[in-house]
Write a protein that binds this ligand. Structure first.
Ligand code: HEC
Length: 169
């Protein structure tokens, strides 16, 4: 009988200890344990990204290297490219620049700085690379940079499409 009581006692103590430890595993009692994985140079959500190391080149090739001028257009202005450009233009640019590129898109009226008329010589006389950089980097306070929304190929397709706007004028 005494042994039985002792066993009950031991199991009771073990049970309580187990229940208390379970509180942590179910996140009822939260403790911010120090883990060494936390101590590392990665950045957390909403933290500004680390600066790109000097002299690094993006995986899809050097788009444009500062002080080395505008890039060359590697995408031939064939039917496929222009058709793709037209589609992308309707999605990303038309609301500002208008269907025919003259700058009369649906939201143009609400903008303080009016979208450029892409059919004019002012724009058409610029190099492909220069238009590419404008699409990539935007125009501060006027046009959003679209390099994150459009792949490199997308942007060259758009440049090829913009060329057709002059002819259609
Ligand atoms: C929020 C409206 C807006 C959107 C969206 C927009 N643009 Fe623009 N864009 C502008 C404005 C405004 C300017 C004129 C900037 C200035 O005054 O220098 C401009 C200028 C340009 C220029 C420069 C013209 C020049 O002569 O230098 C190009 C090229 C251009 N946009 C192409 C595009 C393309 C291609 C897209 C879509 C991928 C696009 N834009 C999307 C508002 C927009």
């Amino acid at each position: 009988m005494r042994l039985f009581k002792q066993l009950v006692g031991v199991f009771a103590v073990l049970g309580i200890a187990f229940a208390a430890l379970s509180l942590f595993t179910f996140d009822i009692a939260k403790i911010d344990w120090v883990t060494f994985m936390e101590i590392q140079p990665s950045y957390r959500p909403m933290e500004s990204p680390l600066a790109v190391p000097a002299r690094s080149i993006p995986v899809d090739g050097p788009l444009s290297i500062p002080n080395m001028g505008a890039p060359e257009n590697p995408v031939p202005a064939d039917e496929t490219s222009i058709a793709r450009g037209a589609q992308l233009f309707a999605i990303h640019c038309q609301m500002c620049h208008g269907e025919t590129g003259v700058g009369n898109g649906t939201i143009a009226g609400n903008l303080v700085n009016k979208p450029a008329n892409l059919t004019l010589d002012v724009t058409q006389s610029k190099s492909d690379g220069s238009l590419f950089l404008t699409i990539s980097n935007g125009v501060l306070g006027r046009m959003p940079p679209l390099n994150e929304n459009l792949t490199v190929r997308d942007r060259w397709d758009l440049v090829n499409f913009i060329r057709t706007l002059a002819a259609a004028k």
